[in-house]
Design a protein around this ligand. Structure first.
Ligand code: MD6
Ligand code: FE
Length: 212
């Protein structure tokens, strides 16, 4: 049996362009959490509407030039926060650094994220299988940072019927998906009861994208 330290990033490629970086976000953890709290104070977490008119179970906010928004007209990106009507908070340097170094480690140099979506999951919430297709440039990868209590992430293929693999994502883990995996179906299984010393009974996910 092989033992790993949580602070020693281990890398695993699950499919072409789909790279898991264990603990990659722990290198500058406290700065990341401090900056996260500042962003959430400036643009509070809120539940967006699905196109069917139901509130999403996951609470959401954004930082960067573009923020991810959803309402009954559909999903997309907006330069202003629909609640405050102000631009989203600037993307903190710690966020940009993390997104770029993770993308590089996964083989994607020159990643220029302009959108960081912040999702907060409570115990019992989930995100159904979907593909990310509201961005313009599919040569740019997506970088996903997991914080707080763990989640089982599902990764399928280009068809909804492709049988997904599951990846357990814990505090500090990063997943990059790009290239041949960029439009793979993915989702988050129902979050199980748990507790994290810094984020209590929640999971926070940061998703970095080049959206515009
Ligand atoms: C996650 N989020 O929160 C994964 N995709 O772990 C997503 O896959 C996602 O929250 C497209 C749009 C919004 C999202
Ligand atoms: Fe997604």
């Amino acid at each position: 049996m092989q033992l790993f330290s949580a602070l020693e990033p281990a890398q695993q490629t699950f499919a072409s362009g789909l790279v898991y970086l264990r603990g990659f976000a722990l290198q500058d953890e406290q700065q990341l959490l401090d900056d996260l709290n500042k962003v959430i104070a400036a643009a509070p977490l809120r539940t967006m509407m699905t196109p069917m008119g139901y509130p999403m179970s996951v609470a959401t906010t954004s930082c960067g030039a573009l923020g991810w928004v959803g309402d009954t007209t559909g999903y997309g990106y907006s330069a202003v926060d629909p609640i405050s009507q102000l631009p989203w908070p600037t993307m903190p340097n710690s966020f940009i650094q993390l997104a770029q170094t993770a993308a590089s480690a996964a083989g994607f140099d020159d990643f220029l994220p302009d959108a960081c979506l912040i999702n907060q999951y409570q115990i019992g919430t989930k995100m159904g299988l979907h593909r990310d297709k509201d961005e313009r440039d599919f040569t740019q990868p997506i970088v996903s940072v997991s914080l707080g209590i763990p989640a089982r992430f599902q990764f399928g293929g280009n068809k909804r019927s492709d049988k997904p693999i599951q990846i357990l994502l814990s505090h500090g883990d990063v997943v990059v998906w790009g290239g041949a995996s960029r439009k793979f179906y993915h989702g988050v299984m129902t979050i199980q009861a748990n507790q994290h010393p810094k984020l209590s009974k929640t999971r926070i996910n940061l998703t970095f994208r080049k959206a515009g």
